[in-house]
Design a protein around this ligand. Structure first.
Ligand SMILES: CCCCCCC/C=C/C(=O)SCCNC(=O)CCNC(=O)[C@H](O)C(C)(C)COP(=O)(O)OP(=O)(O)OC[C@H]1O[C@@H](n2cnc3c(N)ncnc32)[C@H](O)[C@@H]1OP(=O)(O)O
Ligand SMILES: Cc1cc2nc3c(=O)[nH]c(=O)nc-3n(C[C@H](O)[C@H](O)[C@H](O)COP(=O)(O)OP(=O)(O)OC[C@H]3O[C@@H](n4cnc5c(N)ncnc54)[C@H](O)[C@@H]3O)c2cc1C
Length: 616
């Protein structure tokens, strides 16, 4: 199909090599080539062809996705793929923006086995689980409790005579609920999205399991029922850490899809007139459309950068723990918690803004933006609800303030809390990314000190830490968000500095995005900067001008920056986001193909005719 002339023109501009940026995003040219190969292995294989999942009922969708997910597993085994990113490429190429039914098996069943099973148990369960010879799920949440793990009611009573645990869900609120991939007892019913996963319920009534079913690499129960505590009790929470550490990159992936769709479509869509008689401009030429989408484009790059960094950090900590070193578990936990919470929340807001920016066609499943949204938004609840996780990060920051007072060294990701910040010169409208980072770190430091003063006062008054925290949860959450933004901006600036050395033209365009991210974050909290006397009104006015100026620099690069995400049309599965920009013809073709247009529903005659007979 010929290229839409608008997109063709967009692709003639730009100041950087798109392919080189794709290689950077993938982690190198070889990884890009391998990704292309794996995508083609899926796209050319007829087993992955099937009905458009956007037209399917819940039951049909589950069946079709299970069929495809099994084919993904077979293809992954056939190609002997064990790299997580490569396996994800095969999965994403097949799933059409859905979550596959066996996802929980790999992310929530295999991972804890890897982390907490001893060698014997690994042989017995981990090896067959990795081969899908046994399928598992993660049944932690109950009807009555999800966030508050210490409130879970399920019982596991040890029967010393039979060396067994007797499992019971003694109350209705104890029923295991939301269990993804739980095909045992029942499905919890239709959901907002996640239609590909059969989230189930599980009632346990004197279910007996052998003593050695308790994963024994950390804690264990001896034959006489004695419980041997793990060296570090918190490692038991580690099974939730793995998914949380991966979800920032999942957020970046989903936001990258949404901005690709919205920016390409905004170049194809012409609407209204700026100068009468001079034709309808591309909607991306409106400053308001740029204000919706360019901060999100910058955010997608920022989230990808910090998502890759988080996964590397987590993998290093897990290797340390496997060797018995737990000193970085706390930092890993609060980084994963804060990044998972902030990134997934801002991503689902961003996907919605992308949908809105496509007008009516964004609301159609033809755009796939609703599909991407409803499947992504679960990530702000699943694997740790947003506020719950931010509170974890906030409590850690309160401890950092005490550590600072006591002269205890801080973890690297919070070292800036021990720095002094000063800004004397007036900001003009070309503030560099390092100065923006310093400002964001300054705000986080001041906010942490401010919140800590309230918590301390409350602690003095009540002597109860939980009460003190509970009274100030709103500002504790904001404090955790401020710190997480400092982590994100630091990762982005560090990566862009590195790229400026290796590939100046790519680095330069990314530094513009980094400035957009930083300026947007500062303007979103301008009151704090005035209150802490770090910025004056003139500074804020100047960086507002800077933001609009940055939009003019990014405008000619925008399509190339989303092309660099390199989503194959079959992976993006969006008519608005097609690489060739041939939207209208394909929208009409897609609509005509809808089953709703295929068979005469018969309902018209059945009901409307009655009205006519009723002599209106
Ligand atoms: C492609 C997308 C796929 C997505 C699939 C999604 C599938 C979804 C699966 C699920 O949803 S599984 C269920 C997830 N459930 C949760 O996340 C529950 C959230 N709640 C908790 O984690 C805990 O209740 C809590 C909020 C952490 C509270 O724990 P607790 O009541 O024990 O009190 P605290 O004092 O806060 O914590 C004790 C101690 O432990 C440290 N800690 C807590 N969590 C972790 C962890 N994950 N890793 C390491 N350390 C942890 C915490 O910092 C405290 O340390 P100290 O302060 O005592 O030093
Ligand atoms: C798509 C999806 C898939 C899932 N898959 C699984 C799975 O496979 N296995 C599994 O075990 N679970 C699963 N879950 C459950 C998930 O882990 C829980 O929903 C999540 O942990 C939130 O707990 P909750 O539902 O009890 O919400 P609640 O904790 O009841 O939250 C309700 C509200 O109360 C607030 N709140 C709660 N506690 C506090 C507090 N201490 N301070 C301040 N505010 C508070 C929360 O912020 C929230 O606004 C899944 C959930 C979803 C949506």
């Amino acid at each position: 199909m010929p290229m839409n002339p608008d997109l063709e023109k967009e692709r003639q501009g730009g100041t950087f090599d798109v392919e080189q940026l794709t290689h950077i995003l993938d982690g190198g040219r070889d990884k890009t080539l391998k990704r292309h190969f794996l995508e083609q292995e899926v796209l050319k294989d007829p087993v992955f062809r099937g009905p458009d999942t956007r037209f399917l009922s819940r039951e049909e969708l589950f069946g079709e996705l299970l069929r495809k997910h099994v084919a993904v597993i077979k293809k992954t085994q056939e190609l002997s793929i064990d790299d997580i990113n490569e396996a994800s490429t095969i999965y994403s190429a097949a799933m059409n923006n859905n979550v596959g039914p066996l996802t929980l098996h790999s992310v929530a069943f295999v991972a804890p086995l890897d982390l907490m099973a001893d060698d014997e148990q690994k042989k017995k369960w981990l090896i067959p689980a990795k081969k899908y010879e046994i399928i598992g799920c993660y049944a932690q949440t109950e009807l009555g409790h999800g966030s508050f793990i210490r409130g879970l009611e399920t019982r596991a009573d040890y029967d010393v005579n039979t060396q067994q645990f007797v499992l019971n869900t003694p109350t209705e609120t104890a029923i295991k609920w939301w269990v993804g991939g739980c095909v045992a007892v029942g499905d919890i019913g239709p959901k907002f999205g996640f239609g590909g996963v059969d989230n189930g319920y599980l009632c346990l009534n004197n279910v007996r399991i052998p003593r050695d079913n308790l994963l024994a690499k950390t804690g264990k129960v001896l034959e006489d029922g004695t419980y041997v505590k793990p060296e570090n009790p918190k490692v038991v929470y580690g099974s939730m850490l793995g998914i949380r550490a991966a979800l920032p990159k999942v957020g970046a992936y989903n936001l990258s899809k949404a901005v690709t769709i919205a920016i390409r479509y905004s170049c194809v869509r012409h609407q209204s007139e700026i100068k009468p008689g001079c034709g309808e401009p591309q909607v991306l030429d409106y400053q308001t459309q740029q204000h919706k989408l360019f901060p999100l484009l910058a955010t997608a790059y920022a989230f990808h950068t910090v998502g890759v960094w988080m996964l590397d950090f987590h993998s290093t900590v897990m290797n340390e723990i496997n060797e018995g070193h737990y000193h970085r578990l706390a930092e890993d936990h609060v980084l994963a918690a804060g990044l998972k919470a902030v990134i997934n929340w801002k991503t689902h807001e961003g996907i919605e803004i992308c949908r809105f920016s496509c007008g009516g066609h964004g609301y159609s499943l033809a755009s796939s933006l609703p599909v991407i949204y409803v499947n992504h938004v679960a990530n702000s609840t699943a694997e740790g609800e947003t506020v719950i996780l931010l509170l974890q990060t906030a409590v850690y920051l309160m401890k950092c303030v005490i550590d600072l007072e006591q002269g205890t060294p801080l973890d690297p990701s919070v070292a800036y809390l021990d720095q002094s910040f000063s800004k004397s010169e007036q900001w003009c409208s070309d503030v560099d990314m390092h100065s923006l980072l310093k400002a964001i770190q300054f705000r986080s430091k001041k906010f942490t000190e401010y919140v800590s003063s309230f918590v301390k006062k409350e602690l003095m008054a009540t002597g109860n830490q939980q009460l003190a925290f509970n009274k100030h949860k709103v500002i504790l959450v904001e404090c955790a968000k401020a710190h997480t933004e400092a982590v994100i901006m630091n990762a982005f600036v560090t990566k862009v500095d590195e790229i400026l050395q290796s590939n100046p033209s790519v680095g330069k365009v990314l530094s513009l995005l980094c400035q957009i991210y930083g300026v947007t974050e500062i303007l979103a909290h301008s009151g704090d900067y005035i209150q802490y006397e770090y910025l004056r009104k003139i500074d804020l006015d100047n960086i507002q001008d800077q933001l609009f100026k940055l939009y003019t620099y990014i405008r000619p690069e925008a399509v190339l920056l989303v092309d660099a995400f390199d989503f194959h049309d079959e992976v993006l599965k969006s008519i608005l986001g097609r690489y060739d920009g041939q939207v209208y013809e394909n929208m009409f073709k897609w609509a005509k193909a809808s089953p709703f247009n295929k068979q005469d529903q018969g309902t018209f005659r059945k009901y409307i005719q009655q009205l006519k007979q009723a002599k209106l």
